[in-house]
Design a protein. Sequence first.
Length: 256
Amino acid sequence: MEQLAVAWRAMVRDRDAGADVRDLSGIAVRWADCRFAFWNCLTLTDVDADAGLAERRLGEAVDIMRSKKHPGYLWIFEDLLGEGARAALAGAAERAGLEYAFPGTGMAGDLLPLPEPAHPELTFARVSTDEQLQAYADLNSRAYGFPLEDGRDGLVGSPLWKSDVHAYLAMRGDVPVACAATVETAGRLFVVLVATAPQWQRRGYGEAVTRKALYEGARATGLTRATLHATAAGAPVYPRIGFKPNTPIHFYTLKS
């Protein structure tokens, strides 16, 4: 949760210097209010919240989400909830006006440094131009089912992603097929926005470019611990790199 709150503050303010990055009682707001839904984020920050407190926070989160122009996600880290709140989460979310979007898994590991990665079908290119950043955005849009303009609205033109973020494209010839990035976050190397084009999945490309982003990020920062938030598609991949699962993550959107 801390990794999300720290990293996303920088990410959304990079997108919009006036982004909503308030830390409220029990809720962190990280909302750029742009078309790229991942940059519109809330997360619950109470530890061991009981069912009543959690339900109240869900209602407060919904009020914030309804005040925004663009949709986004409420991230709930299950292991931060008390036992009763976990059991009651699905019903409480529905009553608050939320619908379940997709699952995730928190992962971390003391796995750095890694050997320099290689893949017989790929070369790697660090993102340093807007053209490369658009390719990175388009890979995420295709992988997550967003319109191309949504990803571009989130990333194209970003100075942060061309400097402080260790963002890499996996290239098959001159075609970008996968991407991954790491960014130094509160003493950890945080893996963000990993994606593989749908037609190139299940070939090891995502794992290879994630290894590259970790390798280069660790080389630049000297950090030894890494964290990430895995989608269901990525969850089987990251343990092969050395990550260990911890908390389930639940992503919610407003009911349509």
